[in-house]
Design a binder for this molecule. Structure first.
Ligand code: TYM
Length: 332
């Protein structure tokens, strides 16, 4: 079985619809066909300031949501990044392989540090993509299921894997991005020119999966469309409507052309009302299941402990090979 690996940050509150449709949904599907490793990336989370108690709670919350979304610990390996020390260890080696200019070209740091100010942005935020490279290479992953915003980091991973292999001999699998065209970028409901994200300018454009279902329905109904009335899939001229069609198509399994046909002659209101209902039907059981996992932290923690053990078996082997190739003296 080919191997996949991916990660998600333990954000406060809950995952958003973009995380789910762009990534987590694919993770659930891939556990059936692939040897799948998924993790909550707490090491990445501290590249920006975190309250310790909240970070711990958000890490459990993230794991609970992944299970609620359909990850099955019998079918995949679910773990917390800091439980596997090899990530930081291989991260250091990858740091020493990356050019300063090369790291400076990573757009995520440019965006985030521009927002925070150069002195508030940490060196950890600067080397963030390099830790992600280590995450992926440790597991010899063939594919990395993510949204479009992660493509540059997968490119860096490929470059560093090839560089290491060329310099020290064949060691790492060169991974490919697994990015589904349809859901690669889910847009903000109030500003369909930008991707849905926690840093949205208004909370009205962001669908948090654990929000009150009524609030979610309201956000869908007040989504920005355009002054035309025709329901048509056209991301350039009708980004708002197209985003709603993408979301509806993915959640229902009905193709976009079929949806467009079924809304012929109907107004935007009809589409939004239907989508609001579909969203409520989706988030309601998701909230319940997440709460069930949170109510039983012992079970949750033992799932994560088993996951870490499985992950360490793989990561440890790769790290040992890497140490040898680099020329570190074995500890006797
Ligand atoms: P994170 O936590 O920001 O996001 C998790 C996943 O959600 C996807 N995503 C989206 N997809 C479509 N539309 C959107 N609006 C949208 N917003 C977010 C992201 O592309 C991502 O796949 N750096 C990563 C975490 C990470 C990782 C890794 C991923 C750390 N190590 C190793 C893969 C492999 C991140 O911050 O994702």
């Amino acid at each position: 079985r080919p191997r996949v690996l991916s990660g998600i940050q333990p954000t406060a509150g809950s995952f958003h619809l973009g995380n789910y449709l762009g990534a987590v949904r694919q993770w659930v599907a891939l556990q059936e066909s692939h040897d799948a490793f998924y993790m909550v990336v707490d090491l990445h989370a501290i590249t920006v300031p975190q309250d310790p108690a909240e970070l711990r709670a958000n890490t459990r919350l993230a794991a609970a949501q992944l299970l609620a979304a359909g990850l099955d610990p019998e079918r995949c390996t679910l773990f917390v990044q800091s439980h596997v020390p090899e990530h930081a260890q291989l991260g250091w080696i990858m740091n020493c392989l990356t050019g300063f200019g090369e790291a400076s070209r990573m757009t995520q740091f440019k965006d985030k540090s521009a927002k925070q100010g150069a002195d508030r942005a940490t060196v950890g935020l600067f080397t963030y993509p390099i830790l992600q490279v280590a995450d992926i290479l440790l597991y010899q992953a063939n594919e990395v299921p993510v949204g479009e915003d992660q493509r540059q980091h997968i490119e860096l991973t490929r470059d560093l894997a090839e560089r290491f292999n060329a310099r020290f001999g064949e060691t790492f699998t060169v991974p490919a991005p697994y990015i589904l065209k349809e859901t690669a970028k889910i847009y903000d409901l109030q500003d369909p020119a930008v991707k849905m994200s926690k840093s949205a300018s208004t909370p009205k454009g962001l669908i948090n999966l654990l929000d009150e279902p009524k609030a979610t329905a309201k956000k869908v109904k007040s989504a920005v469309t355009d002054t035309d009335t025709v329901i048509r899939f056209d991301p350039v001229d009708k980004p708002g409507v197209s985003n709603l069609l993408t979301i509806m198509s993915t959640l229902t399994g009905t193709s976009v052309p079929d949806l467009v046909r079924s809304y012929e002659g109907k107004m935007y209101g009809a589409l939004k009302t239907d989508l609001a209902e579909i969203m409520v039907d989706f988030v309601t059981p998701f909230r319940t299941r997440t709460q069930e996992y949170l109510d039983d932290p012992e079970t949750l923690d033992s799932i994560l402990a088993k996951g870490a053990e499985k992950a360490r078996a793989v990561a440890g082997e790769t790290l040992a090979q890497t140490y040898e190739k680099v020329g570190f003296l074995p500890a006797k």
